[in-house]
Design a protein. Sequence first.
Length: 105
Amino acid sequence: MKRLITVVITFLVLIGLSYGITYCTHTKLIDYSFFIGMSVTVIIWFFTSKGGYTSRNVDMTVQGTTGIKAEQQRYEFSPNVAFFTSLAYTLISLVAMIYQYRSYF
């Protein structure tokens, strides 16, 4: 039940962001939905991964100021339901955008 709620909330946030931007810019929903989905997917990936660039940068800063060598974390990413939902939204919106603009290709 908790996963279903997470899927619904993530999907509503993605649709809300897409609709909000298209309402402000007076364009079609399909124009921005792929880019919103991709942006949210990257943001979720960035904040749920461990041991990436920012972690190493903080470790080196701490080591430089204190002189104590910090143990480095291995890069680790554990995808969650919100990540898979936004990835699915991104892929579906990509297919819809390609179908909508197929005459341009």
